[in-house]
Write a protein that binds this ligand. Structure first.
Ligand code: SF4
Length: 442
């Protein structure tokens, strides 16, 4: 049972030092929270997104559990949820990127007991990278290593200035490092993108490629890394960038002491998808013939990296895993939640900290609405509104402790600000697992 921090009187100001922001994959763990009762009044060092995450947090006035829209006790909800999952022939578990690693672990266990399909929001963001890692491997590093060593930083299809506002200042561009005493002055920053983003404005070199030409651009660099001769006209037609620009970039990459490529959904979710990610992973590997080069996806949700890690520990694969036969099978497209629902295959679901009713395709949403499903979320969402059993849970990082994984796979502990009247999703999931196991044994 999780013990929340004691509840201070409303007027007393409490400062929680080194709290962790879980709004984005940077997972900044240096935030000082000023807390008055059930309100965070200041989030020192947080960026604009983190500040809004903390200061807008409020305890909603609604029941902890609804069954078919009617208030019920948490125990009744757990019982009904377990019945739905045990009786299903093709249960689906989905979401998981905005909760703790501890909860993710229990959710995968439940899927294993009931022989279901487990998928995370990775399948709609960096799923192609997850597939490419399986094929090409990953030359990688922690953000700490990047901070202390990275003298050439490339952002490809990624715009951290807007999506991860402290990425530049905390990890990749501005900090003075052990081997970079002058910080930004010791670094070259390159942005490759289809449009001039806010991040591009902060770069030393901006390479504007043609939309959907990432694969061609990456293979141009791979060819240049090997010293192959290329047709300038062909390269410019294919990529929208003159060969001389690619050659200059390759020369600089070879001269770097420690190069880093951060990539985003501008690469993984455009034409080529996993082939784009694989090309980038292979380019990084190629560069290690000349100098040290690493790459890393810039991840969005606070613990989506934890979801990848947990599902991989438990099944060997990062997402889109089917456990129906008693052993894991990995097949994106077949076992990804959006596809399982759109094809009308799942006959029950458990959605954790995610809102597929707001962002899946129409056929997937229609099907989800037609089957009994359980939703766990701190907020009321379109998904919780249509759930057979909806649990209102405490918010991870603000109300409950636990572990999350930063985008570089480093686990970070959470320091909650104040307790919530709602149970954590870990407590609910543990209850469901116990109930599922006892039902299966009888
Ligand atoms: S960069 Fe991300 S993790 Fe850090 S404070 Fe901003 S939103 Fe939070």
């Amino acid at each position: 049972m999780i013990q929340p921090t004691s509840n201070p009187p409303a007027s007393e100001l409490q400062i929680i030092e080194d709290a962790t922001c879980t709004f984005c994959g940077c997972v900044c763990d240096d935030i000082d929270l000023h807390v008055q009762g059930h309100q965070i009044v200041k989030a020192q060092r947080a960026c604009v997104l983190g500040t809004s995450w903390f200061l807008n947090h409020e305890i909603e006035d609604r029941p902890a559990c609804l069954i078919e829209g009617r208030p019920a006790s948490v125990e009744q909800g757990i019982d009904r949820a377990a019945q739905i999952l045990v009786q299903a022939r093709y249960p689906l578990t989905y979401g998981l990127s905005d909760t703790t690693t501890e909860s993710q672990r229990v959710a995968v266990s439940i899927s294993d007991w009931i022989g279901g399909c487990v998928d995370t929001t990775t399948s709609v963001c960096h799923g192609p990278s997850g597939m490419a890692f399986q094929g090409a491997g990953e030359v990688t590093a922690s953000l700490g290593e990047v901070r202390h060593r990275g003298d050439m930083i490339i952002f490809w299809g990624s715009n951290p200035a807007e999506s991860h506002p402290r990425h530049f200042t905390r990890y990749s561009l501005m900090p003075k490092g052990m081997f970079l005493p002058e910080g930004r002055k010791n670094r070259t920053c390159v942005v490759v993108d289809v449009r001039k983003t806010k991040s591009a404005k902060a770069a030393d070199i901006f390479v504007q490629i043609k939309p959907k030409a990432d694969f061609e651009g990456l293979w141009t660099l791979r060819a240049l890394a090997q010293g192959l001769e290329l047709d300038p006209h062909q390269v410019e037609t294919d990529t929208g960038v003159p060969l001389s620009v690619w050659q200059d970039l390759m020369d600089r990459m070879k001269k770097a002491k420690y190069g880093v490529i951060f990539f985003g959904m501008g690469l993984t979710m455009t034409r080529g998808k996993h082939a784009n990610s694989e090309a980038l992973l292979l380019l990084t590997r190629d560069m290690n013939r000349y100098t040290r080069f690493v790459c890393k996806p810039n991840r969005g949700h606070g613990n989506v990296t934890g979801a990848d890690n947990v599902v991989t520990w438990r099944t060997g694969y990062p997402f889109a895993v089917n456990l129906a036969r008693g052993f894991p099978r990995f097949n994106p497209g077949e076992y990804t939640a959006a596809d399982v629902l759109a094809r009308g295959e799942a006959d029950a679901a458990m959605i954790i900290a995610s809102d597929p009713m707001a962002n899946f395709s129409q056929p997937a949403r229609e099907h989800l609405k037609s089957i009994p499903y359980i939703a766990l979320d701190p907020k009321e969402t379109p998904t919780t509104r249509h759930a057979a059993v909806a649990f209102c849970v405490a918010t991870y990082g603000i109300n409950v402790p636990g572990t999350v994984y930063r985008m570089d796979d480093v686990p970070i502990p959470l320091r909650p600000a104040f307790p919530s009247p709602f149970p954590s999703d870990l407590e609910i999931l543990q209850g469901i697992e116990r109930r599922v196991r006892s039902m299966l044994q009888n």
